[in-house]
Design a binder for this molecule. Sequence first.
Ligand code: AMP
Length: 112
Amino acid sequence: MDCIFCKIAARQAKADIIYEDEETVAFRDLNPQAPTHILVIPKKHIDSLSACGEQDIELLGRIQAASAKIAEKLKISDAFRLVTNNGAKAGQSVKHLHYHLMAGRRFMWPPG
Ligand code: AMP
């Protein structure tokens, strides 16, 4: 499958990887939208959050737990945003589940 995030997870494509465990990888976004902008992904290919099934519930928890751990490591635990864009109309451009972990600026609500 020609998936750039699968390639990054398999170290077949370059990325600034800042965290890895058995099931997840995190790396810096190429086009950062905040002073800190990390993408947290499962190693397993899943198209999006909507494509997850019962079998992925534990993995989804692990991604969130990994995100909190990364935030602690980067000293941004006091203020960060964790978000996934699900579907093209919601802004998803890469069809491999990923969470944007962003910090270092003020975030508006509702988001744009
Ligand atoms: P989304 O638009 O929610 O699907 O987010 C995809 C994100 O992946 C965007 O913020 C892109 O800047 C980022 N991105 C795409 N390709 C790469 C890459 N090779 N390395 C790092 N970030 C990437």
